[in-house]
Design a protein around this ligand. Structure first.
Ligand code: MN
Length: 387
C-alpha cells in the first residue's frame, strides 16, 4: 500500500481567500492543530508577501517541529531569500518556488517567452537549492500549459535540484480523465521522474478538486496539496478531510492511505471555523453538520437496525459519538420510539400513534424539535394509558 503525503496549505492558499485571514497567534495555534492532525507538510505562508507573513512563518517554525514547514516564493532572489529567512528556525524546511507556464499567464502576466521562463527556472531553482536541500517546484496553471513545454520545464527543474514537482490545476479547469492523461504524459516523457515526488494542487471551481486529486493518486502521484474545510482562492482547494476519508473508505480501490490522525479531523475543522468565522455548509462531506444525520423515516429505520445500511463511514473512527438520528417532519415511528427510550419515556409507548401525530403537528410550524420540546409534547399532552 502506498502512503500519500499530505501537504496542507490552509495557512497559505486558504488564508489568502476572502474573510479567512488570521492573526499571527491564530496561525501558530492552527499550525499546532495541523501537527496533531499529523500532516506531512505545512505551507505556513508566502514570506515575501508581507513582513507579517514572514514573521508568522518564523513563529510557526519555532513552535511546530514534526511536519516539514514550507514557504512559498516566486522565482526571484528576493522571494527565495525571504522564504529561507522565514524558515531559519524550522527543524525540517522546504522552499516552495513557482512560476506560471501556461501561454495565457506567460504572455499576459509575466510578459516572458518560453526560453526566458526556462532560463529563470534553471537559475533560480539552483539558487534555492544552494540554500536548502528540500525544494518544491510548481508550474502555475500547469493544466492549461502546453504538454511539450511542461515537460521541458519539469526536466529543467529536476536537473536544477527540485525534489518535488507540483502540477497545479490553479484555476480549477481540468477534468479527472484529462488530469490523468497529463500525469501519464509527464511520466512517459520525463526520464528521471521516479527520482522526485510528484504532487497535485487542485482547485474546486467546477467542484472537481477532490475528484481530480484522487485520480492523480490513482495514477502515481504521492503528495496532495489540500486545505481543511476546502478553503482557498475562489471556490477553494481540494478538501483535506474528503481526500483522506476517500482513501480510507475506498482503500480497496486506491490502495493508498495517509498518515493523518482522523480523530483530529473534526477538531481541525472546528478550530478553523472558530478562528476565521468562515462557516461550513451543512451538507459538506465529513465535517458538515448534516454529514451523518438522518431525518427520513426509511433511512432512520435502516440505521437503527444496522448503521451500514445508510452510513459508509464509521462515525466512531472520527470521534463523533453524538446522536445521528434527527426527529423531523420526515421521521417515522421507529425513530420516535427510539428517542422515547433514550429520554426514559417508555411508559408512554402505548400512546405512540398519538405522540407521532403531535410531534408532526409541532414540526408543521417548526423546522426542528429538540429533546426538551419532545418531552413537553409527550408529558404535557398525552394521558398515560395505565394498564
Ligand atoms: Mn492555489
Amino acid at each position: 500500500m502506498k502512503t500519500i503525503k499530505v501537504f496542507d496549505t490552509t495557512l497559505r492558499d486558504g488564508e489568502q481567500s476572502p474573510r479567512c485571514s488570521m492573526t499571527l497567534e491564530e496561525k501558530v495555534e492552527f499550525a499546532r492543530q495541523l501537527e496533531r492532525l499529523n500532516v506531512d507538510v505545512i505551507e505556513a505562508g508566502f514570506a515575501a508577501s508581507s513582513p507579517k507573513d514572514l514573521k508568522a512563518i518564523e513563529e510557526i517554525s519555532k513552535n511546530v517541529t514534526k511536519p516539514i514547514i514550507t514557504s512559498l516564493a516566486r522565482l526571484n532572489k528576493d522571494d527565495i531569500d525571504k522564504a529561507y529567512e522565514s524558515l531559519r528556525f524550522a527543524k525540517k524546511k522546504r522552499i516552495h518556488v513557482f512560476i506560471a507556464t501556461s501561454k495565457i499567464h506567460m504572455e499576459n502576466k509575466l510578459n516572458m517567452t518560453e526560453q526566458q521562463v526556462l532560463n529563470k527556472v534553471k537559475e533560480m531553482v539552483k539558487y534555492a537549492k544552494s540554500l536548502c536541500d528540500d525544494i518544491e517546484f510548481s508550474l502555475e496553471d500547469a493544466t492549461r500549459t502546453e504538454k511539450e513545454f511542461m515537460v521541458s520545464v519539469i526536466k529543467e527543474a529536476i536537473n536544477s535540484g527540485a525534489t518535488t514537482i507540483n502540477i497545479p490545476d490553479t484555476v480549477g479547469y481540468i477534468t479527472p480523465t484529462e488530469y490523468k492523461e497529463i500525469i501519464e504524459y509527464i511520466k512517459n516523457n520525463v526520464p528521471n521522474i521516479d527520482t522526485i515526488t510528484l504532487s497535485t494542487h487542485c482547485h474546486n471551481d467546477l467542484g472537481l478538486g477532490v475528484a481530480n486529486t484522487l485520480e492523480a493518486i490513482k495514477n502515481g502521484v504521492t503528495q496532495v496539496e489540500c486545505t481543511v474545510n476546502g478553503i482557498g482562492e475562489r471556490a477553494g482547494n481540494a478538501a483535506l478531510e474528503e481526500i483522506v476519508m476517500a482513501l480510507k473508505i475506498r482503500n480497496d480501490y486506491y490502495n493508498a492511505d495517509t498518515n493523518i490522525d482522523i480523530k483530529e479531523i473534526i477538531n481541525s475543522s472546528k478550530l478553523l471555523v472558530d478562528i476565521t468565522g468562515s462557516i461550513v455548509q451543512r451538507n459538506k462531506p465529513i465535517v458538515g453538520e448534516n454529514a451523518f444525520k438522518h431525518e427520513a423515516g426509511i433511512h432512520q429505520h435502516g440505521v437503527l437496525k444496522n448503521k451500514s445500511t445508510y452510513e459508509i463511514i464509521n462515525t466512531d473512527d472520527l470521534g463523533i459519538n453524538n446522536d445521528n438520528i434527527v426527529i423531523g417532519i420526515h421521521s417515522g415511528k421507529h425513530a420516535i420510539i427510539n428517542k422515547m427510550k433514550e429520554l426514559n419515556l417508555e411508559e408512554y409507548l402505548d400512546n405512540i400513534d398519538e405522540i407521532v401525530i403531535k410531534i408532526k403537528e409541532y414540526l408543521e410550524t417548526n423546522k426542528t424539535i429538540d429533546d426538551d420540546n419532545i418531552r413537553k409534547i409527550i408529558i404535557g399532552n398525552v394521558k398515560v394509558k395505565r394498564k
